[in-house]
Design a protein around this ligand. Structure first.
Ligand code: DAT
Ligand code: MG
Length: 136
């Protein structure tokens, strides 16, 4: 059974020239890119995307960071795509994410960890609707 997930290459990843690296890993794994767009988020869209974190002390920083420059939004499709991409991304804290993962290879700070991937099929459906409202 195929599944979809919403992936972001965050502004730090775009600034550092990691778009190609992330997409290469996704394609090498066998996940299919079924939608893709480069855009800069406004604050309202960022707050909607990260709504689950609205009470956390880092929420302001998170919204500021994710709106700080262009990001790449993608929808990936494949068997257990949510879990498959989270495995490619590595743990949230880049110091703890394994070498060989996107975050483990490219990041050091939790606030700037290169990529986002939905954490469940339900989150994926919600997030895909925010980024690609008319596509699926
Ligand atoms: P993930 O992106 O692995 O799903 P999350 O949903 O818990 O992680 O958090 C969303 C983002 O918020 C995360 O990628 C980076 C930031 N973040 C999480 N915990 C943080 C913290 N303790 N301090 C600063 N930023 C944090
Ligand atoms: Mg998350």
């Amino acid at each position: 059974m195929s599944e979809r997930t919403l992936v972001l290459i965050k502004p730090d990843g775009v600034k550092r020239g990691l778009i190609g690296d992330v997409i290469a890993r996704v394609e090498r794994k066998g996940l299919k890119v079924v939608a893709m767009d480069l855009r800069t988020l406004d604050a309202d869209t960022a707050k909607a995307h990260y709504a689950e974190h609205s009470e956390r002390p880092f929420f302001g920083e998170l919204v500021e960071f994710i709106t700080s420059g262009p990001l790449v939004a993608m929808v990936l499709e494949g068997p257990r795509a949510v879990e498959a991409f989270r495995a490619l991304a590595g743990a949230t804290d880049p110091v703890k994410s394994a070498p060989g993962t996107i975050r483990g290879d490219h990041a050091l700070e939790i606030g700037e960890n290169v990529v986002h991937g939905s954490d469940s099929p339900e989150s994926a459906a919600r997030e895909i609707k925010i980024f690609f409202p008319d596509r699926f």
